[in-house]
Design a protein around this ligand. Structure first.
Ligand SMILES: C[S@@+](CC[C@H](N)C(=O)[O-])C[C@H]1O[C@@H](n2cnc3c(N)ncnc32)[C@H](O)[C@@H]1O
Length: 245
């Protein structure tokens, strides 16, 4: 996404096209990738079929220690995989809200939410959340803030909606070492990512600048997907960051 593209048309188009794919059983490769990121076979079976394909880079619900009755917000929820999993963890006395700027993804998530009275999906940018101040206990996000040009502003906005003492659990991508220039033609959609991507140190500085304390990396691993171009092999890292308000 270009810094001069505040509507993020290119990114929306890409995620809208992914959301438009008809629900289909996960093939072995997609299931294997999801399980590498920490999702269990049981979890993948339990969620609606249209939400099974993870576009994330980690598994924030696994490390967030969600408890019965908590209110959870998932930033950039896509078609809702982590929202549905979090809903199972917080139970009928809890609530999970998913927010995403791609209306097509939110529509698909809403259409699958029939059996989940404790979930709600809203359309909006995570930099201006359609969520009141200090109204949630936990903020989750899976592979989303890496797309934001101003990450500190997005982390500040996430902090606004959290109750004091609440926690943030974010899985996200950062660059590792020297990366090719963003205008390298063969990078295609990853060129848009590279224009706003941060390395580990810069990313963690943005979390702190967003006002968070006790910022810790709970896990990190090399990231690749079938869509990662060869030029970025070994140059993308997935982090799981925890922080406290
Ligand atoms: C890589 S996908 C991850 C989707 C989902 N979290 C998952 O794990 O499958 C990134 C998602 O973030 C959304 N997104 C990116 N930037 C956003 C922003 N600034 N505000 C709201 N949603 C955003 C996109 O529409 C897309 O659905």
């Amino acid at each position: 996404m270009k810094r001069g593209d505040p509507d993020r048309r290119a990114m929306r188009k890409q995620y809208a096209a992914l959301a438009a794919r008809p629900p289909a059983p996960l093939d072995d490769a997609a299931r294997g990738r999801a399980m590498d990121r920490g999702y269990s076979a049981e979890e993948l079976e339990a969620v609606p079929e249209s939400a099974r394909a993870s576009l994330g880079c980690g598994n924030p619900t696994a490390l967030a220690g969600l408890r019965e009755g908590e209110t959870v917000l998932d930033l950039g929820c896509g078609t809702g995989l982590d929202v549905f999993l979090a809903a199972r963890r917080v139970g009928p006395t809890g609530k999970v809200i998913g927010v995403d700027m791609t209306a097509e993804a939110v529509e698909k998530a809403r259409a699958a939410a029939g059996g989940y009275p404790n979930v709600e999906f809203r359309v909006g940018p995570i930099e201006k959340l359609p969520v009141p101040d200090e109204s949630v206990d936990v903020v989750l996000s899976n592979c989303v803030l890496n797309h934001c040009p101003d990450k500190a502003a997005a982390f500040r906005e996430a902090r606004r909606v959290l109750r004091p003492g609440g926690r943030l659990h974010v899985s996200d991508l950062v660059t590792l070492g020297d990366v090719p220039p963003a205008d390298t033609p063969s990078l295609e959609v990853w060129a848009e990512w590279l224009r706003v991507a941060a390395d580990r140190q810069t990313y963690l500085a943005a979390v702190r600048e967003g006002g968070w304390r006790e910022v810790a990396v709970l896990s990190e691993q090399a990231f690749s997907s079938p869509l990662t171009p060869p030029l970025l092999a070994g140059k993308v890292l997935s982090l799981h960051v925890r922080a406290i308000k």
